[in-house]
Design a protein around this ligand. Structure first.
Ligand code: FAD
Length: 273
């Protein structure tokens, strides 16, 4: 059982939980994730480790309410317990001295890029973070990303805050300005990561993306999270979750993400009753 030490509503439908998990905090590295199960009858869902505090023995997860389990998690409060947390899982991000690294986070992906941006900065990279949200009310962690980045660009689809447009517009602008970019690291909705990959490919800018396929066991056994990368089948849980974005079969990933939409809707409706 894992105690929730702190809960915060970061934006409508986006919740932060700092959870007591000393053994996971001790081993966690940027880019890794956990699989949680809220209670004995709960389903397993993967969530990225958005932060960790080894001294306090806690990890932070940030979850966007999209369906039954993430909405149920949203009802949990400080002092409540999450039944199981398995992790840290997945390969840590490849953090090295690349030069200029552009971190691209879309929506809840902003929380997921934070520990990687921090590690990239600590390695001596020049870090530019592009944070994309639909609208001003959904903006979170701009302050946190500013502390670990040399530059931060916020985009909103409707132009209510920062630059109007998508994260790819901000990235295109940097490229058009002739900025030297050595690595792009993208986390967010699959459609955004696909767009980032399509943008950077013709320029030959190395791009990695953290994939978010449906994942069940997280240890390479069930195969639910299989993705095609460079024509080969990979399991995102053990081979990833980060891959060369130019080699990912994005259309297959997006198709697989919507496979269970009807069942997920029924499950949410049942829970809401
Ligand atoms: P459902 O109604 O069951 O599903 C809604 C949609 O979420 C589905 O259509 C599908 O596209 C996706 N989904 C459903 N079940 C799973 C599953 N078991 N695994 C992955 N996707 C699923 N979300 C966050 O908000 N914050 C994070 O930090 C985060 N990190 C992730 C890290 C990894 C490695 C992966 C693979 C996914 C991550 N996700 C994250 C996505 C998150 O796991 C899903 O949003 C969640 O499982 C949805 O469950 P649900 O019951 O609320 O919604």
């Amino acid at each position: 059982m894992f105690k929730i030490l702190h809960k915060e509503r970061l934006a409508p439908g986006i919740n932060l939980f700092e959870v007591e998990a000393p053994r996971i905090a001790k081993h966690a590295k940027p880019g890794q994730f956990v699989i949680i199960r809220l209670h004995e009858r709960g389903e397993r869902i993967p969530l990225t480790i958005a932060d960790f505090d080894r001294d306090k023995g806690s990890i932070t997860i940030v979850a966007q309410e999209v369906g039954k389990t993430t909405k149920e998690l949203g009802t949990y409060e400080e002092g409540d317990y999450i039944h199981d947390i398995l992790g840290p899982l997945g390969n840590p991000s490849h953090v090295d001295k690349f030069g200029t690294v552009v971190m691209v986070g879309g929506g809840v992906g902003v929380a997921e890029i934070y520990p990687v941006a921090r590690a990239m900065k600590e390695k001596g990279n020049y870090v530019i973070s592009i944070l994309g949200f639909r609208t001003k009310d959904l903006v979170f962690w701009e302050d946190k990303l500013r502390k670990v980045s040399d530059e931060v660009i916020v985009t909103t689809n409707d132009g209510s805050y920062g630059m109007k447009g998508f994260t790819t517009h901000a990235l295109q602008k940097l490229i058009d300005e002739g900025r030297k970019i050595d690595l792009v690291h993208a986390v967010g909705p699959a459609i955004m990561m696909k767009a980032v990959a399509e943008l950077t490919k013709p320029y030959g800018i190395k791009t990695v993306a953290s994939l978010n396929p449906i994942m069940v066991d997280g240890t390479g056994m069930c195969g639910a999270c299989r993705v095609t990368v460079g024509g080969e089948i990979k399991f995102a849980c053990v081979d990833g979750p980060e891959f060369d974005a130019h080699l990912v079969d994005w259309d297959e990933l997006m198709k697989r993400l919507s496979y269970y939409r009807d069942l997920e809707r029924i499950s949410l409706e049942k829970w809401e009753r």
